[in-house]
Design a protein. Structure first.
Length: 704
């Protein structure tokens, strides 16, 4: 018997999930099995992981993983399947796609998002396949597209401050973000800054986990952030608190901006935002007086009708005060456009056949039910649209169609997988090659397979190679390996990537982009003018206001008073701390922490509705309803309710989740989803409702 100790080695990888930190991973492997996941030595994440990814082996080795191809055996939605071979699965898909494409390839729709952010498996061979096929193009807008469009108008792209420098800031504005749970390594640097004496201010309708640890919390109504930013500019310009030299050399349109913000008094903005004018004035003065001031924007504030304009307006602030001069100053939404990866080489748009239509994933429900020509086949990967897309009753109605052929390539049998005709097993990050950029730091990383794929799981790129071969696509690009794709991503003349090769990344795990610590200290913005654009020709060409302004939510008391009479509460659904969108939301450790779906409601709003702690309540509007347990708390401001999300529907007690309530309406820019532009009412459920024994008195709810 061999009594030698098991051999152990470390494989360098990267976290694939939709998070700005994109952590480096060290995977410990013994005799072909991963036995530990730890943080790697990439400087930004510095060896630490969030509680979700630290449990990544729970995901990879979960007993509920899909390990073999399957086909549906029962009605759609019941989730009954039987095992088939890969040959049968691929032949079935190729035959159906070929038949549909012979009529109109636009009737085939890819339905993907950011279940993995690695470039090979997120947007590589899949894009080549669907371009060559002539399928409908998908506009992927669920998370960040309004903010991207807004920051591009002001700064020229998804660029901003170096987050590694924030520990040297003296004032940090965390705007629409909860970095304690969603940007851990940025938060650790904020704590360093706080220990040095920096002031931390958070702006969010909810007193989230980060707000509990900040010096000051401002709670504007959802969707009113642009009004707050405009009023800050009113104070900064009106009181002469600007950096005139920086404005003169490195900005465009200051005179026009000055005229615009004259009308945006703190009193006007305070009435819109539901906060005090004195607080706006104090915030503006403190911000302008602190050169080392960094603003961290995140995506919560752009998920409403005016989301793009809100980000566009906030992004103007550091140019007014000259905060860009400092490495620890400026504003950050995303770092993605610093990379300059060769996305054209990965995605091959030159393969496009004709001019196929584009469908916005934010309106997937309409696309699957009323599109003309109809969608006859959907291929779902990196996505769980039944759980995460807005107005999910319409999404389900579409997937229920008998004449819709649906393929789902997944790690687990998600809500969406239950509607598949063919269900394919996908690999986790530990089982395939990939290359990663980040939207929250300045490092590029290699991710290498630590273990062989479990069962018969295959990565996205491999499945699309196999389908391309079966459908007779003979272009050489369909024979590129995953490592070929990694090299092609780096084949770029972008200065930031100079000297970075795939071989270097495989050896070291990571490399920092060649980007200075204060990238815009001397201007050089990637706008048409090379300046921070207060007045934007780009915006004007898009039919938008060339200056910052405020676009109100579609659903609030000021813009839609009739709707607000019926549904008076603003509804938001921020991520639960152990869920990442719907990823991890099926794992035992996350579900144990989450308990049951809950609705946070302010005591004032609960009292007038007779709602008591832990009672079952229904939150509802004209689109649907959702049953949750009440949590009465001042963490939410009056007039706002919050349901931490996103629950899988089939793991929620009433088989529903927050997206029963959200709208398919899009934002002012980027075609973005508007999850937080949503009015609701809250009431007791019938089974938790009670009245006084004599039938008199105020009815209320009772906990189960």
């Amino acid at each position: 018997m061999d009594t030698s100790p098991p051999s152990r080695h470390i494989v360098k990888a990267a976290c694939p999930h939709d998070c700005p930190d994109t952590c480096a991973l060290d995977i410990s492997v013994e005799d072909g099995r991963a036995v530990a996941v730890r943080g790697g030595d990439m400087p930004f994440t510095a060896g630490t992981l969030c509680t979700k990814v630290a449990r990544y082996l729970d995901r990879t080795y979960a007993p509920s993983r899909i390990l073999y191809p399957m086909k549906r055996t029962g009605p759609k939605g019941e989730g009954r399947f039987k095992r088939i071979s890969w040959d049968e699965a691929l032949d079935t898909i190729a035959a159906r796609f070929t038949a549909i494409a012979a009529g109109d390839p636009q009737q085939i729709l890819p339905v993907s998002y950011a279940g993995t952010m690695g470039l090979v498996n997120f947007a590589g061979m899949d894009r080549r396949f669907f371009h060559r096929l002539g399928a409908t193009l998908l506009e992927r807008t669920l998370c960040s597209s309004a903010g991207k469009a807004g920051v591009k108008i002001t700064l020229g792209g998804s660029v901003g401050s170096d987050p590694e420098q924030v520990q040297d800031a003296n004032l940090i504005l965390i705007w629409g973000s909860n970095p304690v749970t969603s940007n851990l390594h940025f938060w650790s640097r904020c704590q360093q800054a706080k220990r040095r004496g920096a002031k931390l201010v958070i702006i969010d309708p909810r007193r989230n986990e980060t707000a509990e640890k900040c010096d000051w919390h401002l709670a504007p109504l959802p969707g009113t952030d642009a009004a707050l930013a405009l009023a800050m500019m009113h104070v900064i310009i009106g009181e002469g608190l600007t950096d005139a030299g920086y404005i003169a050399r490195h900005t465009l349109g200051f005179d026009e901006l000055e005229k615009r913000v004259r009308e945006w008094t703190p009193q006007r903005a305070a009435a819109i935002c539901g906060i005090k004018a004195a607080d706006i004035i104090t915030l503006a003065r403190e911000y302008a007086a602190t050169r080392k001031a960094m603003i961290r924007i995140n995506y919560g504030l752009q998920r409403h009708a005016g989301g793009g304009m809100a980000v566009r307006s906030i992004a103007c602030l550091p140019a007014l005060t000259g905060a860009w001069r400092e490495p620890s100053g400026g504003v950050l939404l995303m770092t993605s456009d610093f990379y300059g990866m060769n996305h054209r080489a990965l995605e091959r748009p030159d393969l496009l056949r004709g001019k196929p239509r584009t469908i916005n994933i934010a309106a997937l429900g309409d696309a699957l039910t009323t599109a003309d020509p109809p969608v006859k086949a959907a291929y779902v990967y990196n996505n769980n649209p039944v759980a995460v897309c807005p107005d999910s009753r319409k999404v389900i109605s579409g997937f229920m169609r008998d004449d819709l052929f649906t393929v789902v390539h997944e790690i687990f049998q998600t809500d969406t997988a239950d509607y598949a005709d063919i269900l394919l097993p996908a690999t986790t990050q530990l089982e395939h090659f990939d290359i990663h950029k980040s939207y929250g730091h300045l490092y590029v990383q290699a991710s290498q397979p630590a273990i062989a794929p479990l069962g018969e799981a295959k990565p996205n790129a491999e499945v699309f190679r196999l389908l391309a071969a079966r459908m007779g696509f003979d272009e050489p690009c369909f024979r590129d390996s995953d490592e070929d794709l990694c090299r092609q991503a780096l084949h770029s003349d972008a200065p930031a990537l100079k000297g970075i090769t795939w071989e270097i990344l495989k050896e070291n795990g990571w490399a920092r982009l060649d980007v200075p610590a204060a990238p815009f200290a001397n201007g050089g913005f990637p706008t048409p003018s090379g300046k921070c654009e207060f007045w934007s020709e780009t915006a004007q060409a898009l039919g938008l206001d060339p200056l910052p302004d405020y676009t109100p939510p579609r659903e609030n008391a000021a813009s839609n008073p009739q709707l607000a009479q019926r549904y008076p509460l603003a509804f938001i659904s921020p991520p639960h701390r152990h869920f990442l969108n719907s990823s991890f939301a099926n794992l035992d450790f996350a579900l144990k922490d989450a308990g049951v779906p809950t609705l946070e409601i302010h005591p004032d709003d609960a009292n007038v509705r007779g709602i008591v702690e832990d009672a079952e309540v229904r939150v509802f509007n004209g689109r649907g309803e959702y049953h949750l347990r009440a949590r009465i708390t001042d963490r939410v401001r009056p007039g706002v309710v919050s349901a931490p999300s996103v629950w899988w529907k089939k793991l929620s007690p009433d088989g529903r989740n927050a997206n029963e309530l959200t709208s398919q309406a899009i934002a002012d820019m980027g075609g973005a989803a508007t999850y937080y532009d949503c009015l609701v009412e809250v009431a007791c459920t019938k089974r938790s409702h009670r009245t006084e024994p004599d039938g008199t008195g105020q009815p209320d709810c009772m906990p189960p």
